[in-house]
Design a binder for this molecule. Structure first.
Ligand code: HAM
Length: 423
């Protein structure tokens, strides 16, 4: 078996954990409903050139982290993120022709060949959403505010909302020049990677993880000083809306994000760093107003975000929301088993969670199992009971026992299930 382990950085989610995953997904979905986003499901595999074009040739993702391969002479890649696939679907299905504004969300696994550590995996799950067709700062502020509310409801502590503007093409071209001028003075002190970045994509030096690079970045010019008037006014307006909404935010002038498609507003949200360390960034996103046009749509502004589910699960102590088992039937013998299965079938048709344990063996051991499963009731049906059309209904917590008709048992189970779903 030693050679049959899951691949490094690709985790199983066992049933004990799956309830918390579902609770997170349900919390996210409830926010998506409130803001009227609709779900999109796109393939895990896409043509490699989609990510090269959409995410950017000189990003870490495309240069180092993609699981790409050739199958029957087609180059394909396991999606490293969700924005490119959703944008491809938006363009391919000409969604732009049917509505001026489209709001989508997604939940699903993404793949990046990174060095695994806590909160950093090779297969990880993302929650995300995208809005197409609204260029305004109100749209950006509303998304940032919604995400802060979602994270607070999910139980994230020490929430830190960071926002910045990376400007449009004109602002970035001006900034690029200033950065090249600045870093060129220290070229030989830069890491090998950043020396290459200096020529190909100097903005990427700003999010270099290398310590030497970081000390040079500290004194680098700020992007905000290169913003055009229109870009600055857009960002000021985002900040003003956030203030009106009461969103707790901070401007981080160094926030550039690691993907090339962003323009204007960018944002990240972090939780308590003690728990998450390097993975404290719970979500990130921003505006990308030119991607859809580059992929073949008429000019369509866009903004979105992605959040790592594994990180959100570490960042909150929210509990498993799954409903425990309501009852176990313990029939003693084949005839009683048939009756128990019919009763269980009827209870399940009413949404009650029940199990029939018709195995041979000690009733005492089986009752212990019912306790450990957290069931509310155990129903024992022996030959005597069967003859009388009754069962012994045991309330496991109080050890009370009552002989009840099958109808009364069913009514009790249905009542308990209704109470649980109302609570
Ligand atoms: P990203 O910053 O690359 O953005 O990823 C978003 C979030 O995904 C991160 O903040 C983190 O929580 C999680 N994440 C990323 N890589 C890993 C990993 N290896 N292991 C665990 N979690 C990870 C995007 O992906 C953009 N598509 C977001 C976006 C949507 N921008 C516009 N629309």
């Amino acid at each position: 078996m030693a050679d049959l382990r899951a691949l490094k950085g690709m985790n199983d989610v066992l049933p004990e954990e799956a309830g918390r995953w579902r609770a997170l997904e349900e919390t996210f979905r409830s926010w998506m409903v409130r803001y009227h986003y609709r779900e999109i499901r796109t393939p895990l595999l896409e043509s490699t050139k989609l990510f090269v074009r959409a995410v950017g040739e000189t990003t870490d993702i495309v240069e180092k982290e993609m699981y790409s391969f050739v199958h029957r002479s087609e180059e394909m890649t396991l999606r490293p993120e969700g924005t490119a696939g959703a944008a491809r679907a938006f363009v391919e299905h000409k969604v732009f022709a049917s509505a001026p504004v489209t709001k989508w969300f997604y939940v699903g696994p993404m793949f990046r060949a990174e060095r695994p550590q806590r909160g950093r995996l090779r297969q990880f799950w993302q929650l995300g959403c995208e809005v197409y067709g609204d260029p305004g700062p109100a749209c950006d502020a509303e998304m940032i505010d919604m995400l802060a509310s979602f994270l607070l409801e999910w139980g994230v502590t020490d929430l830190d909302v960071l926002v910045n503007s990376v400007g449009g093409a004109e602002s970035r071209a001006a900034y690029r020049e200033r950065l090249v001028e600045y870093f060129s003075k220290f070229k030989s002190d830069l890491s090998e990677d950043s020396q290459k970045r200096l020529e190909r994509n100097p903005l990427r030096i700003l999010d270099s993880k290398n310590e030497k690079d970081q000390s040079l970045v500290a004194d680098a010019p700020f992007l905000r000083d290169s913003l055009t008037e229109a870009d600055r006014a857009h960002f000021d307006s985002v900040c003003a809306f956030l203030t009106d909404l009461g969103t707790p935010y901070r401007i981080d002038p160094r926030l550039v994000r690691g993907l090339d498609y962003y323009n204007r507003t960018t944002f990240e949200m972090k939780g308590a760093t003690a728990e998450l360390g390097a993975g404290s960034t719970l979500l990130g996103g921003g505006r990308y107003d030119t991607m859809l046009e580059e992929l073949g749509a008429p000019s369509t502004p866009a903004i979105g975000f992605g959040a790592g589910m594994e990180r959100l699960l570490i960042a909150s102590s929210s509990r498993d929301a799954s409903k425990p088992l309501c009852a176990l039937f313990f029939p003693l013998g084949a005839k009683a088993a048939a009756r128990a299965m019919v009763l269980a079938k009827e209870a399940r048709a009413h949404g009650v969670s029940v199990e029939v344990d018709a195995r041979e063996g000690s009733l005492k051991t089986k009752l212990r199992r019912a306790d450990s499963l957290g069931a509310t009731y155990a129903i024992v049906i022996g030959d005597d009971e069967l003859a009388k059309g009754v069962g012994q209904l045991k309330t496991l917590k109080t050890h009370e026992q009552a002989e009840c008709s099958f109808e009364a048992i069913l009514a009790t189970l249905k009542g308990t299930a209704a109470e649980r779903s109302a609570s």
